[in-house]
Design a protein around this ligand. Structure first.
Ligand code: LMR
Length: 398
C-alpha cells in the first residue's frame, strides 16, 4: 500500500514559539531569549507569584474533586473575570462569558463563534498584529485583512491611516480586532481620545469590535488598562472579547483565559453563551480547573488580592525601569539611533525597528533571539544581559 504520509512536508517553525525551541537547542552560554512574551525578574527567572503559591496551598487542602467543570468553566471565576475586565461598564446579564484555556483559547473560541454566526465576515487586524492571530482566525475559517497601524518609523502610531482604513475599506458586518493595552507586538497603544474616535467609526460603519486583552495590568494598572475597552462600550453596545491571566498572574502553563460576547440584552447573551459552549464542546469539551481555581481563590480573598496587586505592580515597574535602562544602554552601546521611543511604548513588548536581517544577525552571531519583526520582550532584559544585548544591537546597526 502506498504511504499516506510520503508527500507530507514539515510545517515552518512557529514565528514565536519556534524561536524558543531554537533557543533551547543553542549551546551558546551567553544566549539571550527575548522572543516569547514571558515575564522574567531581575535574576532572569519566571517566578510563581506568592499569591498563587498561597492559593495553591489552600486548594490542596480544600479541593474535594477533580470531576469535570461545566462546558463554560467555573462560575465564580467567570464572575470575577468579568468584573475585572469590564468593571461596571456593562450589565452582567449582557455578558456571555466562558472560561477558556488561555487567551489563545479565548481567541479561538471567539473566532469559532464568529465563524458560525457570521461566516462571511472579515476580521480586520492591525498591521502588525500578534503572529498567531492570523493563524487562529484562518484555522476557524475566517478571512483577515490588515488596517494600517504604525507610522513610517515603525515605532509610533499612524492614527489617521488606521481610521482611514477602517472608514473606507471595511464593510458593515466586519469585525475589527483591537488590543486593549500593551499592543503585541509593538507596545504602541491608542490614547483615550483615539479609543473614542475608533468607537465612533465602528458604530457609524456597523463594525463589530473584538478586543484581545492579554496584558491587563502590565501597562498603567488594572483599571487604566481597561479604559479603552470600557470607552468602546460607551458607544458600541455589542462586542467580542478574549482575555488572559497568563501574564498578570504568571499562570502561563495553567492556560487560564476567557472568551466573551457582549450583547444588547440578556436574551441575546443567553443565546451567545449557548453558542460559545457549542464551540468549546467541539474543541476541548470543557476547560481545565486548576488555573481558574487559583484566580478565583485569589480574587475572593482580600489579603490575597492585595498581595496580587503588589506583585503585579512590581512586575509592571520592573518593565518600566528596564525600558529606561535599555534606552541608556543602547546609547552607551554605540547605537547612534535614538531609542527613546521605547519609553512611550507599553507593556512587555517593543518594536525596535530592527530589520529581519538584523534580527538574524543577532541570533547567529550573538545568540540573541528576538522575533523577526524586530519585536523584543522587554521583560526578558535583565541587569546581567542588558550591556551585552545593547552592544550587539549597536554592532548590527553599525
Ligand atoms: C507572545 O506573543 O510571545 C505570547 O503571547 C506567547 C505566545 O503564545 O505567542
Amino acid at each position: 500500500m502506498a504511504s499516506m504520509f510520503e508527500t507530507l512536508r514539515a510545517a515552518p517553525p512557529d514565528a514565536i514559539l519556534g524561536l524558543s525551541e531554537a533557543f533551547q537547542a543553542d549551546p551558546n552560554p551567553e544566549k539571550i531569549n527575548l522572543a516569547v512574551g514571558v515575564y522574567k525578574d531581575a535574576a532572569g527567572r519566571t517566578p510563581v507569584l506568592e499569591c498563587v503559591k498561597r492559593a495553591e496551598r489552600y486548594l490542596l487542602d480544600h479541593e474535594t474533586t477533580k470531576t469535570y467543570l461545566g462546558i463554560d468553566g467555573l462560575a465564580d471565576y467567570r464572575d470575577l473575570a468579568r468584573q475585572l475586565v469590564f468593571g461596571d461598564a456593562v450589565e452582567a446579564d449582557r455578558v456571555a462569558m466562558v472560561q477558556t484555556p488561555g487567551g489563545t483559547g479565548g481567541v479561538r473560541v471567539a473566532a469559532d463563534f464568529l465563524a458560525s454566526h457570521m461566516p462571511a465576515t472579515t476580521v480586520w487586524v492591525s498591521n502588525p498584529t500578534w503572529e498567531n492571530h492570523i493563524n487562529v482566525f484562518s484555522a476557524a475559517g475566517l478571512a483577515t485583512h490588515a488596517y494600517r497601524y504604525l507610522d513610517a518609523s515603525k515605532t509610533g502610531l499612524d492614527f489617521p491611516a488606521m481610521l482611514e482604513d477602517l472608514e473606507t475599506k471595511s464593510r458593515p458586518g466586519d469585525v475589527v480586532l483591537l488590543h486593549a493595552c500593551c499592543h503585541n507586538p509593538t507596545g504602541v497603544d491608542l490614547l483615550p481620545d483615539q479609543w473614542r474616535q475608533v468607537a465612533e467609526v465602528l458604530s457609524a460603519r456597523g463594525l463589530l469590535p473584538m478586543v484581545d486583552f492579554a496584558y491587563q495590568g502590565f501597562g498603567d494598572g488594572l483599571d487604566k488598562d481597561a479604559e479603552g475597552l470600557r470607552t468602546l462600550l460607551t458607544v458600541c453596545d455589542e462586542l467580542v472579547l478574549a482575555s488572559s491571566f497568563s501574564k498578570n498572574f504568571g499562570l502561563y502553563s495553567e492556560r487560564v483565559g476567557t472568551a466573551a460576547v457582549v450583547t444588547r440584552d440578556a436574551g441575546s447573551a443567553a443565546a451567545a453563551v449557548s453558542q460559545l459552549k457549542r464551540a468549546v464542546r467541539a474543541n476541548y469539551s470543557n476547560p481545565p480547573r486548576h488555573g481558574a481555581a487559583i484566580v478565583a481563590t485569589v480574587l475572593t480573598d482580600l489579603e490575597l488580592t492585595n498581595l496580587w496587586h503588589q506583585e503585579l505592580e512590581q512586575m509592571r515597574e520592573r518593565i518600566a525601569q528596564t525600558r529606561q535602562r535599555l534606552v541608556e544602554a543602547l546609547r552607551g552601546g554605540g547605537a547612534d539611533r535614538d531609542f527613546s521611543f521605547l519609553l512611550a511604548q507599553k507593556g512587555m513588548f517593543s518594536y525596535t525597528g530592527l530589520t529581519p536581517m538584523q534580527c538574524d544577525l543577532l541570533r547567529n552571531r550573538y545568540g540573541i533571539y528576538i522575533v523577526g519583526s524586530g519585536r523584543i520582550n522587554v521583560a526578558g532584559v535583565t541587569p546581567d544581559n542588558v550591556e551585552r544585548l545593547c552592544e550587539a544591537i549597536g554592532q548590527v546597526l553599525g
